[in-house]
Design a protein around this ligand. Structure first.
Ligand code: GDP
Ligand code: MN
Length: 377
């Protein structure tokens, strides 16, 4: 789950990271009012969950509050990379002398979080990473010890930050580590962290990506989720506790178990097909959950065939079979389907399905072959 810039920065502020004064607005008149309260120069910023807003025209500076209404109207009418702008952040504008990059993410290869910093921060950091990776300083963080003072100093020295800023920079770097650690983030990023003309460090932009699997520990953060930007099918799936990821193929998959779901997608590919989704209904799924899963799969207009692959451990075969029939009663689809069902109560399950004239398969390979043929027909 991604947080918006304004949400990320508010969270940063809790951990002592300095951010500009500002507020969020949903209309241009609100934006104008905020600008009047702030007085002076302001920056109006599109709140969409994609990068490169500046280059897309979603970040505009206003010299006077009088300009803000017009600029906010323009930005609120924009779509950036396909996403409609529903809110703008109105911040006091910073006079920027220098833009620094500072971020933390997980380095899977090193099995540790890594803090990255660069003196070449701002909108072109991706270019820097590609063209001159030596300009990005990396320091791995021991998750039990956290970011140490000497590491923050190493980073400050590595990006040639003038000594006067080291103390404040150290606080910001440690604050960012706390942000990352406390929120179970997979990314916490300030780009740019700026040096202002009056010699302050300020987090002008903020980005956070949270680990969905840890959200249950953070009710305050999970309620910030912006449903506007998610595929409706994924929102529906979450409601029923299903792990669902939409893909581009035409064979819908309903599987219990994440590993089995991966295997199912692999074997579909092996037989020349393309999965339309990843879907793990989890262990011990009720017929209600199965029904929801089928509705979600069949809602995708690309789906030309459906493969059910159920291994009954905790999940009972008869329960799954009844769920399938309940759902099909409700959805009424003529999309062909094939079911491979083994394990607990598989016998009863298969009987229920056979009575309803559904295609069953002996093995996973058999099921995949049938599904690929059905989708191609
Ligand atoms: P992004 O394009 O989505 O990364 O949005 P940012 O918030 O990072 O803004 C993009 C760029 O706009 C920054 O790198 C700055 O150069 C500029 N910018 C953002 N806020 C301010 C500000 O308060 N004052 C000035 N002068 N420039 C700003
Ligand atoms: Mn940015």
């Amino acid at each position: 789950m991604k947080l918006h810039e304004y949400q990320s920065k508010q969270y940063f502020a809790k951990y002592g990271i300095p951010i500009p004064k500002g507020r969020i607005a949903a209309t241009s008149s609100e934006a104008k009012q905020i600008a009047e309260e702030l007085g002076g120069r302001t920056v109006i910023k599109a709140q969409v969950l994609v990068g490169g807003r500046g280059k897309a025209g979603g970040i505009r500076l206003a010299k006077h509050p009088a300009e803000v209404e017009e600029l906010a109207t323009q930005i609120l009418a924009m779509k950036i990379k396909g996403l409609p702008v529903r809110k703008v952040l109105v911040d006091e504008a910073a006079n920027i002398d220098k833009e620094i990059y500072l971020g933390i993410t997980n380095d899977r290869a090193a099995r540790r979080p890594v803090m990255m910093a660069s003196a070449a921060g701002g909108v072109d950091i991706e270019e820097v990473a590609k063209e001159s990776p030596e300009k990005i300083i990396k320091v791995h963080i021991d998750p039990l010890l956290g970011l140490r003072d000497y590491q923050a100093r190493d980073i400050a020295a590595g990006i040639d930050l003038p000594r006067d800023y080291w103390r404040t920079f150290g606080k910001i770097a440690k604050g960012l580590w706390q942000v990352y650690n406390r929120s179970d983030a997979t990314l916490a990023e300030i780009n740019p962290l700026v040096i202002t003309s009056d010699k302050r460090l300020l987090a002008v932009d903020g980005k956070m990506v949270l680990d969905d699997n840890a959200l249950f520990r953070h009710p305050d953060l999970s309620e910030m989720r912006d449903l506007d930007v998610e595929a409706p099918s994924e929102i529906e799936a979450r409601k029923y506790g299903l792990s669902f990821i939409k893909l581009d193929g035409n064979i819908g998959c309903m599987v219990n178990g994440a590993g089995l779901a991966m295997t199912t997608m692999d074997i579909i590919k092996l037989f020349g097909g393309e999965p339309a989704n990843f879907l793990d209904i989890g262990g011990g799924a009720s017929s209600e959950k199965v029904a929801a899963a089928i509705r979600i799969i069949l809602n995708d207009p690309n789906v030309k065939a459906v493969l059910f692959n159920i291994f009954g451990g905790i999940t009972r075969g008869d329960e799954v079979a009844r769920g399938v029939l309940t759902a099909l009663d409700e959805v009424k689809s003529d999309i062909p389907m094939v079911i491979r069902l083994v394990g607990t109560n598989a016998e009863e399950g298969r009987q229920i399905l056979a009575d309803a004239n559904m295609v069953t398969a002996e093995s996973l390979a058999d099921a995949a072959e049938k599904a690929v043929a059905m989708a191609a027909a």
